[in-house]
Design a protein around this ligand. Structure first.
Ligand SMILES: [Zn+2]
Length: 126
């Protein structure tokens, strides 16, 4: 297996940073960073403007439905962002590319496609 070299790590680090930025931009569209929990994001809850009556209720129901649709999207973006941050932290600590489960090196081909991978192909999905 090809050992991961410094040059590749730097390349993947750039890729991770770009991904971090685009994930954050994506999240910012409908969520904001949690003040309570570091690294956590909260979807904006629809704001009701205080109107009453059937039409306002209908609009509110639509907004709640939208919110419910957004939550899983928000969650998956958030998980990806956390993995990206974790990978960046690992690069810093010089333990990047080590599988979380079997402690062996993650396939370089895998890291090139999926730089935030925390497990090797064998351990993935186990
Ligand atoms: Zn493994």
């Amino acid at each position: 297996m090809t050992k991961i070299n410094e040059k590749t790590v730097q390349k993947l680090k750039r890729k991770l940073k770009e991904e971090k930025k685009s994930l954050e931009d994506e999240l910012k569209k409908f969520a904001k960073k949690s003040k309570r929990l570091k690294g956590d994001w909260e979807a904006d809850f629809p704001l009701f403007n205080g109107e009453t009556g059937g039409a306002a209720l209908e609009a509110a129901a639509d907004e709640i439905e939208e919110y419910e649709n957004i939550l899983p999207v928000e969650h998956s973006l958030e998980v990806r962002l956390q993995n990206v941050n974790l990978a960046l932290k690992k690069i810093k600590k010089d333990v990047y590319g080590i599988c979380e489960k079997c402690k062996k090196e993650i396939e370089i081909e895998r890291l090139k496609v999926y730089p935030e991978a925390i497990t090797c192909l064998k351990c993935q999905g186990k």
